[in-house]
Each structure stands twice: as C-alpha cells, then as structure tokens.
Ligand binder design. Structure first.
Ligand code: SF4
Length: 442
C-alpha cells in the first residue's frame, strides 16, 4: 500500500508540540507520513489550544479553510485534538460537518481506533473522556524528535490543580497527574540512544512533580536521575509555579552540571491585589525572594516570564506595579498577553472588565519596556564566551550554523557546517533583539 499523507498543525504550547510528535509516531504505524502542506494530505490533524482567545480563533479560521479544501478533496480526513477539542467536544462535530473525529487531551492513544471506525463504518468519532487514562502516553510509541534530532520534549505530568482564576488548563487537561518516573527515564534513555542531547521536561507545573500523585521520585530526584543518563548533555524544564520553587530545586541549578541556567517562572502580574484575584498564591515580594535565591545559587541564570495585562479589575496602579516588577527583576525576556475570558473559569464572572483599548495600550507599554531590557541584557553578552549546542542551520542565513546557549539564547555563527548535536565554544560578537551572533573560539 502506498504511504498515506499526514499534515499536523500544532497550535499553542510545547505540550502540544510534544503531543503532535507522539501522534505522528502513532500514525506512522498506520502508514501515515508527514507532509508540509494540508492540500497534499489524506489526513489533516489540528492539535488545538484554547488557553487564550487568539489561538482559539486561529483554529476556527483553519477549520474554515479546511472546509473549502475538503470540497475539492472529499476523501480527506479531518481530526481535531488538544484543548479546544476537549473543551468543545461534540459541539465541534455538530458545528463543523466536515470534521471526522474529535479527540480529547487524555485520549490521543485512541486516534488509531477512531480512524479504523471511520474507515470501516464511516463513523465520525468522539473520544473526550478526561478521567479515563492516568497516563495518556503509556501505550504510545516513544516520541522520536521529528523537528530536530538533538533536542526533544518529554512530558512528565499532565493537568494542573492550581485553578488560577483565568486559566482553562485544569478543565481541559484535567487534575494534576505525574507520569511514573521509570516511564519517563525509559523514554529519555531511548531518546539519548537515538542521538538526543537535550531534553526539556514538560508539564503545566513541573516543579510539583510527584506531589499529588504517585511519581516515585520527587522533581529534584527526577532531575538527578535524568542527569545520570549517558548521552544527555543538557536538561531544561518548563513551566514552573513560584509557589513550588523549592530550595532544593533552586540549589540544583548550581549543583547539577547538566541542568541549564534558565528558568521560565510565570509572574502574571506585579500587583499583590491582582495576584490574589488570579488565585496565584504568592506576593510580588515572595517572587522577588525566589529570584534573589536563584541568582545567588546560580549567578547569570536567565529568567523569563509570562505576564497578563487587562485582568478584570486591573487599575492603572496595578499595571504600574507590573511595570515596576519588570524593572526590578530585569527578565531576559517575557511573553505577554491581553486577558481574555475563558469559558468556565472563575475570572469570567468578575465584572470589572478592562476595556479593550486600555488593555491594548498597557500591552504595548509593557512590551516596549521589556524590549529595552532584553536589548540591554543581550548587549551584555557581547565579548563573553559561551557554550553552544548546535541545532542545525540558521533560519536567517542557511550558510551559517545555529545553536543555543545554556541560558537559552539563540546564537548564529559562521564557519564550516557543524553536525547537529556538536557542542562548541563561541565568543559573542554582536547582540540583536532576538538572537546573538558569535564566532568559534579556535
Ligand atoms: S498553574 Fe495556573 S496558569 Fe498554570 S496551568 Fe495551572 S491553573 Fe493554569
């Protein structure tokens, strides 16, 4: 049988990138091979995100385009997975007759079964049980990194128990469940044996790994065990909650040589009052203490964050508190978003919605401030020597190599083509807004 063609479009976060890779390998066993264009595909799978309104709208736009495509290619199969699939379930099948199956966040291992039913009986499929499978990955083949041969994501937990008032994750990914440590370690050993050098441990709140469900190791012990896997040179993790950033974890940064000097630590707001309304359980002062401890334990660690502007009830003074925190912490970079109501979350019930124009103005101001800080921090790398893991060719200039520092900065550099996975020492020559440029130290 000739191979069938699969196109996967991934929306949203790294967790979805990981899920897409696992789905691609699950479907490889059904003779599906990835293609880059939906118009070539026999099966189009949208791995969706509903964490904010914008990615959700993008999914609906993509579904509109696919409706047109399916009119020309009536045999094309369209499947939807991810958070929007979990959130909307059957409503997606009702609203979009050209969609063939909908699969929830805990049911991805059932995609092959849904396809079989579709092929054999023409039955449109729906599998959105959030409570059925503790580890949705347990029966899937190991994730082989398709986008890069040397860096890979590994999910270590699913779901979240924190119920931040703006966040839909606990409703669409379920309550927090840690994967068994031995499963995770086996997966990383397999990746290492296939040439992976860097792993990023993924979860909505990785630093509470093992706390609420039976992971055999706690998070620091897990990091230690990963560090002992031969072939793995670098370890990263994301995302962390400030409340679970324990002293042993902070100390691990200075102690575990493979643990990279970068942490993504979402702050969300600099206002104590807004943090409380967000149900974030820490104060700006607590957050600053964590940053101080991290920088003491690991001087030079890079810190990135997430910020929300326009949360219901955010006054001008709350916004200024956010701006002050950004000045105080001096983040290396941040991801900023305008608040949007997510169905079923507590914040949708808060009345004091911030007008769109004000939220937009705050977003622009906040991003302008961070651009200045990022530029200053990037500039400070000029003249410094760094270790870079080569990931491939530079996107901007395919004549050059591209890699990442341990602090997660992208560096492009000239010279002969180096194999992905090489580790080289570079001197940084020039800083740009989003990357650095270096030269090999010979
Ligand atoms: S910690 Fe809060 S923001 Fe993060 S996934 Fe959990 S509920 Fe959402």
């Amino acid at each position: 049988m000739p191979p069938k063609k699969l196109y996967i479009k991934t929306f949203g976060c790294q967790m979805n990138v990981y899920d897409s890779e696992r789905i691609a390998h699950l479907l490889a066993a059904k003779n599906y091979h990835l293609v880059e264009n939906p118009s070539e595909a026999d099966l189009v799978f949208l791995n969706t995100c509903s964490v904010r309104e914008k990615p959700e709208q993008k999914v609906y736009s993509a579904l509109g385009r696919l409706r047109v495509l399916k009119k020309k290619k009536s045999k094309m199969i369209i499947g939807i997975g991810g958070c929007l699939a979990q959130q909307e379930g059957e409503a997606l099948l009702q609203r979009f007759p050209h969609v063939d199956f909908v699969v929830g966040t805990k049911e991805i291992s059932r995609i092959a079964e849904l396809l079989n039913d579709l092929e054999a009986f023409g039955k449109r499929g729906l599998a959105v049980n959030l409570n059925g499978r503790l580890d949705p990955y347990a029966t899937l083949p190991f994730s082989l990194p398709s986008s890069s041969t040397v860096v890979a994501f590994v999910s270590i937990m699913q779901g979240c128990d924190n119920f931040c008032s703006f966040c839909i994750v606990p409703y669409v990914r379920g309550r927090e469940v840690s994967r068994a440590s031995q499963e995770i370690l086996k997966e990383i050993q397999s990746l290492a044996s296939q040439g992976v050098k860097e792993v990023t441990l993924l979860g909505q709140n990785v630093n509470s790994y093992g706390q609420t469900s039976p992971g055999d190791l706690d998070f620091v012990e897990l990091l230690k065990a990963v560090q002992e896997i031969a072939g793995i040179e670098r370890i990263r993790f994301t995302t962390s909650h400030p409340q679970d950033l324990s002293t042993p974890l902070i100390k691990a940064f200075g102690k575990f040589p493979k643990l990279c000097e970068h942490i993504h630590l979402p702050l969300q707001s600099g206002s104590a009052r807004i943090l409380q309304r967000m149900n974030r359980s820490y104060s700006p002062g607590f957050y600053l203490e964590k940053i101080r401890d991290l920088r003491q334990s690991c001087p030079g660690i890079s810190v990135t964050t997430d910020m929300i502007v326009g949360f219901p009830g955010e006054e001008e003074e709350d916004f200024h508190a956010s701006m002050e925190m950004i000045e105080k912490v001096q983040f290396d970079d941040l991801f900023s978003f305008k608040y949007s109501d997510r169905p079923g979350t507590r914040a949708t019930l808060f009345n004091e919605k911030v007008p769109e124009g004000i939220a937009q103005r705050r977003l622009v101001e906040l991003q302008a401030l961070q651009r200045k800080i990022t530029w200053k921090r990037n500039k400070a790398w000029e003249g410094k020597d760094v270790e870079v893991l080569v990931e491939g060719r530079s996107k901007a200039n395919p004549e050059e190599n591209m890699g990442r520092t341990r602090t997660n900065h992208i560096v492009n550099f000239p010279g002969k083509t180096l194999a992905s996975g090489s580790i080289v020492q570079l001197r940084i020559q020039k800083a740009y807004a989003h990357s650095l440029r270096g030269e090999e130290i010979l």
